[in-house]
Design a protein around this ligand. Structure first.
Ligand SMILES: C[S@@+](CC[C@H](N)C(=O)[O-])C[C@H]1O[C@@H](n2cnc3c(N)ncnc32)[C@H](O)[C@@H]1O
Length: 208
């Protein structure tokens, strides 16, 4: 869904993206999807894993429209005030905020809602947020949760209303928060969804 969300936002005119918990920016990632639609689109990748920065420096060194920083999602002020964010993106204009498969790393005690709200508060009107999250809504997921928790280290899967809550204050773009294969699919979706399709839900919201 990452690519479909980025493509959607770029098609709405979004030309700057803040991708938090980006993972390794491979050759086909947020910047390449966005820049296929708008070659001038800028992307800042943020991850707390320093290997991401090292890897990104190797593959993105010629791309002047992309920045990569090592920072922790739990520190929104550090990220939003970082010179490679504030000085590179124009936060007074709409931004595409990506929180894709990262918020489930946060435990409830780390206040994931408060953190997501802090990012949304800094978005200019017309901005979008794409968020996806491990979803505990399917019975199959309950069986998998222990395995997932081991993979996540910290955090947890959340149910659909909890995932929808992250979009409070934004207008949800159709079809709303759904299992990721069902978000504006570009090919027919096969039902029943497989476990990979059931276990992650997400959507895109717009700040008006
Ligand atoms: C499952 S990967 C998702 C990568 C990418 N967004 C995608 O969808 O392909 C989660 C990423 O979040 C990063 N991450 C986990 N906790 C984080 C935190 N507190 N701050 C920043 N990044 C974090 C991990 O290092 C990892 O690269």
């Amino acid at each position: 869904m990452l690519f479909r969300g980025v493509k959607y936002m770029a098609e709405q005119g979004i030309d700057q993206f803040l991708d938090i918990g980006s993972g390794l920016p491979t050759m086909d990632n947020t910047h390449s999807v966005a820049q296929r639609i708008d070659p001038a689109a800028k992307v800042v990748y943020v991850d707390n894993d320093p290997i991401v920065l090292a890897h990104a420096r190797a593959i993105l060194q010629t791309d002047e429209r992309t920045r990569v920083i090592t920072a922790d999602m739990r520190e929104p002020e550090v990220i939003l005030n970082h010179p490679d964010v504030e000085g590179f993106l124009d936060l007074s204009r709409p931004v595409g905020l990506l929180l894709v498969a990262v918020v489930h790393h946060l435990a409830d005690a780390e206040d994931p809602n408060g953190l997501v709200d802090a990012y949304k508060a800094r978005l200019a009107p017309g901005s979008y947020m794409q968020l996806t999250h491990f979803c505990s809504c399917a019975p199959e997921m309950r069986e998998l949760e222990a395995v997932l928790l081991q993979m996540l280290g910290t955090g947890r899967a959340r149910d659909m209303p909890e995932i929808v809550r992250f979009f409070d204050g934004l207008d949800l773009i159709e079809p709303g928060v759904v299992h990721v294969p069902e978000w504006r699919p570009e090919e027919p979706v096969r039902h029943p969804l497989d476990l990979g399709g059931i276990c992650v839900a997400g959507g895109v919201g717009r700040k008006s």
